[in-house]
Every structure is written in structure tokens, then in C-alpha cells.
Design a protein around this ligand. Structure first.
Ligand code: BES
Ligand code: MN
Ligand code: ZN
Length: 498
């Protein structure tokens, strides 16, 4: 169900629920409608994400906490929204009243809308008796002006993009095969006014995308490479390239995973899904930069002619890789995609990939590993992550670790030594980014999937990275201006004094 969100002046009389967002201070000071004892009995103190409900004049009245006034930020507001979205799934029309807090009105509204939509998300495609959420209308009180309406629209666009990514991830690998993934994503792209190109197996072979072909070799189904492009009317801010890992199911190939290890491996296209989700919102976000997206798609299976450990693949940019572990397949398909992305001569590249279990060991299930080759671009991605609330942590790319993947038969092998696997994976990817192009890699092996509901996250595919990518695209001009300032400084430093 698509929810219609709007910015309104006051709570609508006819809404089925009236919801007041409240700070801890407001609760502590006492509310006229409700006795302090009742709140206390229910352990309601106004913490972010807490709800207190009671029947009131034929309607449900709700208090939704955002915690201490001074600490209210987008995360807290999104968390409050998610609690509302979950609990109000059975109502069709709700009204929400915002408190007066430090967080500005636009950011408050955007985060609230994101939370309500994402918290109420359900994947019901295969549930014969699943109950779809009834929520169809959400009015946000406190002002119907253009700025508020725009913030509400932005929140809705972002949340819908993220839910599209979740739908893709949650779709089983046997249904969302590579050809099916490409078709569905292409349909979305066309519907949203993007340029769409689907490379089939012939085009992939003709272009020398040997990494994709090598991983696909054990599959009964052909691979795809999806290219999407957003072109603004006036591309004042250059070109940003997005790359996403699109392994629709990772069995590990002949270096097969355990049964336990492949239970969630339909999520191995989570990076690709995030890229496609973000692209689906571009015409609504309307950044002034060109955005190019590349998503290589295949499963990683064990057919009779599957890539054998010891096989050598030749990647698009001419470099060769000896495959010693077929389960390190993400870097092989990304090598081709990063080479292609580099050829499009973007001003920066970001890739998202469920790349290594090692990154989960390092950072746990909620934080993505960030690696990159350019300080300004890394800073830009970190900033976008702070705004979006999707956490990243900067990890190094130690040049001397590259020795680990020296091969005696090819330019490199596809694995390093057992420790620091997230870093060797990052270093291998770096081999396929053309010199001089700022690049960031996000290893989202942990946060692409969740085993439980929490705040705006729902169990299963999370759509991690969609909000971050949209934020990056929106602000790409800042990064570009910063770079040109940097270049001018470099130029003058090189000039003789006087
Ligand atoms: N898709 C996996 C990584 C992964 C693991 C993602 C768990 C999400 C949750 C990736 O293709 C993989 O199998 N990586 C190997 C690399 C190793 C063989 C060098 C890994 O991490 O074990
Ligand atoms: Mn693998
Ligand atoms: Zn994988």
C-alpha cells in the first residue's frame, strides 16, 4: 500500500489516531490529558521509540517519545516514526503533531516520514494469509507551507526507494534470477525516466567481462549487466558513478558454502538493490549531477562446468585473476563493473557490496566498512552517512597487504591470507578503478540484512545504503567544488614563487 503523506496545519478531526510526538521533558512535566501514574505504570518516559496509547473520544490517542529535547536528531525522529508505522498498521488515517525541538522542521518531517513508511514495511509476496498494512493517509501537522510539503515529499521518495531495494533483496534467489532482476529493474528505470541498458550474455562476452562470465559459468542461467543513467537538464555538478554487487544467490561455487552459510545468501545483491533503489528516486530528487549505475548480475552456483579453483579470468581492463576460492566471487564481477564505470570517466565512484564475512567480524551486523582512495570523497561519503543515519566506519587499504594476493600464474589471485579479509577485498577492487578517479567502497555484508526488527529496520533485506546514495547524489556539487579548490591549491603550490 502506498501511503499518502501530507503536511497540514492542524491535526485532522476525522483521523483515526491523533499522535503527539513528545520529548522526555514534556513527559516529566506532566501532560494535561493523562495522569502521571498511568504513564509511570506503563513505564513511559518519552524515550525515542516508546509509545503510549489510550482511547480518546472514539479515537486512539498516542504519545510517541523522541527522548531528551536537546538530543533530538533525525535518527531519533526516524525511530519514533518507525514505532508509529509499526503500531498504526491497522489504522487507515493518522495525524501526527510535531514538538518544538532543535531539529529543524524540514529534517524532522523527512525523518518522521521515512520512519513511518520503513517501520511499517512488510514483505508479503509469499504469505497466503499475510495482512497488508491498512495505513493509507498520514497527515503531519504544524504547517502546510511549501518547505514542509517538500520535506514530506523527500522523506516519502527516499523511503519508497529503500522499500524497493528491500523488495528486491527479500525476493528469493530462485525467483529473482539474474535475467529477472535485470528485467524488473529495467522496468522500474524506464518508468522513472532513466536511460536503461541491459547487457545480455552475448554483450557481456563481446565486451570481455571475464569476471562476470567466470562467476556465471556454474549457473544454468545467463548473466546480465544493468546500466542505468540519470541525466539532469543542466548537469552543473559533473558525473557520479554507482556500482552495486548483484549476486542473486551465492552458493559459493565449487568452494561451496555450508548450509547455514547460504541461508541468507539471497541478500548478496543487496548492493545492487541499493543502487537501483537510489536510481529509482533520482527523477524526484533531481540532482544537478549525471548519475551512472552499473550492476553486474549472476548467481554463484556449482554446475558441471563451473569455474574451478586454479582457473584464470581476464577482466575488462585487461588484468588477469587466478581464482583460488570461487566463493570470493563478488570482487570478480565488481572488477568488470568498476572497469566499465571507470571508462565512463566519472568524477567519482562509489560501490556497495555484501563482500566479506570478515567485515562483519570486524564491525558487526549494523555498520558498513568504508575504504577508499581519496580523502575528500571519503569525507563526502561519511557526511552523507551521518545525514542518512546509515553507519559506516573507515578502514585502511594498506598497500603492503597487496603482496598477499600475488599469483604465480596471473596478475593476482582472488584471495589473501585468512586475516583482514575486508581489506584485501578492498585492495583487489582498487586494481580495477582507473588511476585518478576518486573511489569509495562500502562493504555492506553486515547491514544489508537484519535478523530482527529495530527502529526503521525490518527483518530481512534492509535496503541499507539507499538513503546514503541519494544524499551523496544531492550534494555531489559540494564535493566537486571542494575538489576544484583542491586542484587550484595544488597548481599554485607547483608554481615558482614570485
Ligand atoms: N557474499 C559473501 C560475503 C557475505 C558473507 C555477505 C556473509 C553477507 C554475509 C562473499 O561472496 C563471500 O563468500 N566472501 C568470502 C570471501 C573469502 C572466500 C575470501 C567470505 O567472506 O568468506
Ligand atoms: Mn561468496
Ligand atoms: Zn558473495
Amino acid at each position: 500500500m502506498q501511503i499518502s503523506f501530507r503536511a497540514v496545519r492542524v491535526l485532522p478531526k476525522r483521523a483515526k489516531a491523533h499522535i503527539w510526538i513528545v520529548t522526555s521533558e514534556t513527559v516529566a512535566a506532566g501532560l494535561p490529558q493523562i495522569s502521571p501514574r498511568d504513564l509511570e505504570n506503563d513505564d513511559f518516559s518519552g524515550k525515542a521509540g516508546q509509545l503510549y496509547t489510550w482511547p480518546n473520544e472514539g479515537r486512539i490517542a498516542v504519545l510517541a517519545g523522541v527522548g531528551p529535547r536537546a538530543a533530538v536528531d533525525s535518527d531519533k525522529m526516524r525511530r519514533a516514526g518507525a514505532a508509529i508505522g509499526r503500531r498504526m498498521a491497522k489504522q487507515n488515517w493518522i495525524g501526527v503533531d510535531l514538538p518544538d525541538v532543535e531539529l529543524d522542521g524540514a529534517a524532522s518531517r523527512r525523518a518522521l516520514v521515512e520512519g513511518i513508511a520503513l517501520g511499517g514495511y512488510k514483505f508479503l509476496a509469499y504469505k497466503s494469509e499475510g495482512e497488508p498494512a491498512k495505513l493509507s493517509r498520514v497527515d503531519i501537522a504544524g504547517g502546510a507551507g511549501a518547505a514542509n510539503a517538500e520535506a514530506v515529499e523527500l522523506g516519502k521518495a527516499v523511503a519508497e526507494a529503500q522499500m524497493l531495494a528491500r523488495d528486491f533483496v527479500n525476493e528469493p534467489g530462485g525467483t529473482l534470477t539474474a535475467p529477472e532482476f535485470a528485467d524488473r529493474a529495467a522496468a522500474v528505470g524506464r518508468d522513472r525516466g532513466l536511460s536503461v541498458k541491459v547487457w545480455d550474455e552475448t554483450a557481456i562476452a563481446d565486451a570481455g567481462l571475464g569476471g562476470i562470465l567466470g562467476v556465471n559459468r556454474g549457473s544454468a542461467l545467463p548473466p546480465r549487466l544493468l546500466e542505468l543513467a540519470y541525466d539532469p537538464p543542466e548537469p552543473a555538478n559533473g558525473t557520479l558513478a554507482l556500482v552495486g554487487k548483484g549476486i542473486v544467490f551465492d552458493a559459493g561455487g565449487l568452494s561451496i558454502k555450508t548450509g547455514q552459510g547460504m541461508m541468507t545468501m539471497k541478500c548478496d545483491m543487496g548492493g545492487g538493490a541499493a543502487v537501483i533503489g537510489a536510481m529509482s528516486a533520482m527523477s524526484r530528487i533531481a540532482p544537478a549531477a549525471r548519475i551512472r549505475a552499473f550492476v553486474p548480475m549472476t548467481d554463484n552456483m556449482l554446475g558441471g562446468d563451473a569455474t574451478r579453483p586454479g582457473d584464470v579470468l581476464k577482466i575488462r581492463n585487461g588484468k588477469t585473476i587466478e581464482v583460488l576460492n570461487t566463493d570470493a566471487e563478488g570482487r570478480l564481477i565488481l572488477a568488470d563493473a568498476l572497469s566499465l564505470a571507470s571508462e565512463s570517466e566519472p568524477d567519482a565512484i562509489i560501490d556497495l557490496a555484501t563482500l566479506t564475512g570478515a567485515c562483519m567480524v570486524a564491525l558487526g551486523p549494523k555498520i558498513a566498512g568504508l575504504m577508499g582512495n581519496d580523502d575528500d570523497w571519503i569525507e563526502a561519503v561519511k557526511l552523507a552517512s551521518e545525514v542518512s543515519g546509515e553507519r559506516v566506519w573507515h578502514l585502511p587499504l594498506p598497500a603492503d597487504y597487496s603482496k598477499q594476493f600475488e599469483s604465480s600464474v596471473a596478475d593476482m589471485k582472488n584471495i589473501g591470507t585468512p586475516h583482514g579479509g575486508a581489506l584485501t577485498a578492498g585492495l583487489i577492487l582498487q586494481e580495477f578503478v582507473a588511476e585518478g578517479i576518486p573511489w569509495v567502497h562500502l562493504d555492506i555484508a553486515g547491514p544489508a540484512w537484519s535478523d530482527s526488527d529495530e527502529a526503521e529496520i525490518t527483518k530481512g533485506g534492509t535496503g541499507f545504503g539507499v538513503r546514503l546514495l541519494i544524499e551523496l547524489a544531492k550534494n555531489f556539487g559540494h564535493f566537486r567544488r571542494q575538489q576544484s579548490v583542491g586542484e587550484r591549491a595544488d597548481d599554485s603550490a607547483g608554481q615558482p614563487a614570485g
